[in-house]
Write a protein of this length. Sequence first.
Length: 251
Amino acid sequence: MARSPAEPTGGVGLSLLVLGCDGSWPGPGGAGSGYLVRSSSTTVLLDAGPGTFANLQRFVDPGSVDAVVLSHAHPDHWTDIYGFDLFARYVTDRSGVPVFAPDGLEQRAALSRSSALVWHRVKGGQRITVGDLTCSFARTDHSPETLAVTIDGGGRSLGYSADSGPNWSLGELGPDLDLVVCEATFTSKHEGVAGHMSARQAGMQARTTGARRIVLTHRWPTVDASAVADEATESYGGVVEQAQIGKEFTL
């Protein structure tokens, strides 16, 4: 279904718009991890890495965001919450925007006194509701405490791996996922050098768990995109897609 990313989802069950997808650091013209998840009536900002708030303003009014979900405390996943907070306070005069994050991130951000944000600690095994969306969290094997999330709404379900090593299973996101957004940080030659999944491992995970559709994200900017795609395609045994800024996936 072709439509502008700035338009509401309408009859689409769920959509995911990429605001940033670079792994660990932003490449030239890139941005850290950040996604806009929307149903027909609810908008959630999922991670807010550096550069994502600038991109958010390209596609939607930041005042339309109903809640923010932050996966963990590594800076490439959350530091643009500062821009979001300032915009909410001084431009839209908003208050009480819920921010769901693992333990310790509120203290690290030092925004607990902000009138715009209300922080809520979440942990693996917990489920929350934002409008007509349900978010279920699962802790990965990434350090510090990192929460993958399954988002259900409009009769559709999508999973986001956040950051994780290969010892964690995508199966913890639940069965029957219509879309899995999975990190594929590098190729197999880098396996074991950092707490992340390679494209080969991401593809294997998706195949094992029966994911209907997989989107690769969090690629290091210095790693060739085609090499990541080829490796994941071979291990998944089907078509894979890659995240890029401004690209929208509808379910």
